[in-house]
Design a protein around this ligand. Sequence first.
Ligand SMILES: [Zn+2]
Length: 250
Amino acid sequence: MNHHWFIFNQKNEILLDGSGVPFMENAPVECPEGNHIFEFGENSFCFLYNGDAPQGFSFLWLRKANSKLSPEVWYKAAKASELVYFDSVYRFCPQCGGKMEISSPISKKCVSCGNEIWPRINPAIIVLIYRGKDEILLSHAHNFKGTFYGLTAGFLETGESLEECVVREVMEETSLKIKNLRYFASQPWPYPSQEMFGFFAEYESGEIHIQEEEIADCRWFNRNALPEIPPHPSMARKLIDYWLDHREEF
Ligand SMILES: [Zn+2]
């Protein structure tokens, strides 16, 4: 029986053949000793492999592989990537230093003390801020991989709600006040193990003052004159596309 083999290296690159994720009975490379094969979903397996790609295969950074994968396979690849990252980071028990073995399809257990751990997922927010019917705030952050303009985003801090996080990040990065915060949707963001929570918010008051260490440029853009925006399958793109298509709701 054929299986999907999601094989990643430590650089979050996925092993592809000419048709995408290899679909075959046996993996095209062997799972190295000390790494673990995770079985997930229907006929899908993944493991960490840091060797060279065999003939006819190549490694491609997961973000660049988006265009070669269907949305369904991309979501599986996202899960596989997070499991492989989990396997590479939690090789030894954080409690006693013992060896970690797989104990369920999504967890590992220490062979010495029995401590069981699950992949750690880092929640992050992203927010589309609109002003009137026709303008949204877009910014270019120093760490963007490309020339596009995106939305305000940041990591949840301890002791904080997602809503508080949105308000804080917007204030920190732009100095603007927002209102009418509304939850949109969430999605995994496997770079390496985030979960993005998307929101809409309406501009309330203030002038833009950017946080210069993080943001290179931040401006209001008219819906008819948007700059290059983030590619699929990002949450930023989903939020922008939704706003463009549902004018009556905002
Ligand atoms: Zn232990």
